[in-house]
Write a protein that binds this ligand. Structure first.
Ligand SMILES: Cc1cc2nc3c(=O)[nH]c(=O)nc-3n(C[C@H](O)[C@H](O)[C@H](O)COP(=O)(O)O)c2cc1C
Length: 205
């Protein structure tokens, strides 16, 4: 297996971390990898906030827990399925609190604009170029963390508290794409199964 494929396949979502810090050198490398992701028209419309301060990380986790409780309170009586879903999944939203480093990935939402080539009006929520570019940057972060010997996890669950987290990190007006906790893994997760490639890949020779 080529080195890059090995790196890609051996990366796992890590959700438990030791107390050991992430070295400053590794933080810089991980962030540099994110900055070298491709982006449409090379806009690089992103911002990465690397948080090591445990009080700030706790404040973010508290805001996520509060948002989950708010959502639970809004569920109408009797909707046990929705409640169970939030109760089960809610736990997966705040475990970033146990990581020594949390990278918050933001992007600057491009307002409505008319695509010069197609004449189509593009709303920020339909701006696929923007969201896919952010995904490339997040994958770079994950791979660079893995390569440096750390574990990490791409987390969209914390977006339930998107505005509050942006406020805590003083990034008001920016959209939060993900939180990525990074640290020395305290677990070695088994690789979750991938679907049969034959159902996902077609080749036209
Ligand atoms: C957009 C996105 C959002 C995710 N959000 C969460 C999350 O909030 N919490 C979590 O525990 N894992 C989250 N994950 C991790 C996935 O569960 C994980 O990638 C998937 O189960 C495959 O496992 P692997 O990354 O180890 O290959 C997210 C992954 C992606 C791509």
């Amino acid at each position: 297996m080529s080195d890059i494929l090995q790196l890609i396949k051996n990366r796992r979502s890590v959700r438990k971390f030791t107390d050991s810090p992430v070295s400053d050198e590794a933080v810089d490398k991980i962030l540099e990898a994110a900055l070298w992701a491709p982006s449409a028209s090379n806009r690089q419309n992103w911002k990465f906030v690397a948080v090591k301060n445990s009080a700030v990380i706790k404040a973010m986790a508290d805001s996520v827990r509060a948002a989950v409780e708010e959502l639970k309170a809004m569920i109408e009586d009797g909707d046990e399925d929705k409640l169970a879903l939030l109760t089960n999944y809610g736990g997966y939203f705040s475990f970033f609190e146990s990581a020594p480093l949390v990278i918050a990935v933001f992007f600057n939402p491009r307002p409505n604009f008319v695509n010069a080539m197609t004449g189509k009006n593009i709303r920020p929520e339909d701006n696929l170029e923007q969201t896919t570019a952010i995904g490339a940057a997040i994958q770079n972060l994950l791979l660079a963390a893995h390569e440096a010997g750390y574990g990490a996890c791409w987390m969209s669950g914390p977006l339930v508290a998107e505005n509050k987290i942006a406020e805590i990190l003083k990034q008001k007006g920016m959209r939060l794409a993900a939180l990525v906790p990074v640290g020395v893994p305290l677990e070695t997760p088994a690789p979750p199964k991938r679907k049969d490639p034959r159902t996902l890949i077609e080749k036209i020779d």
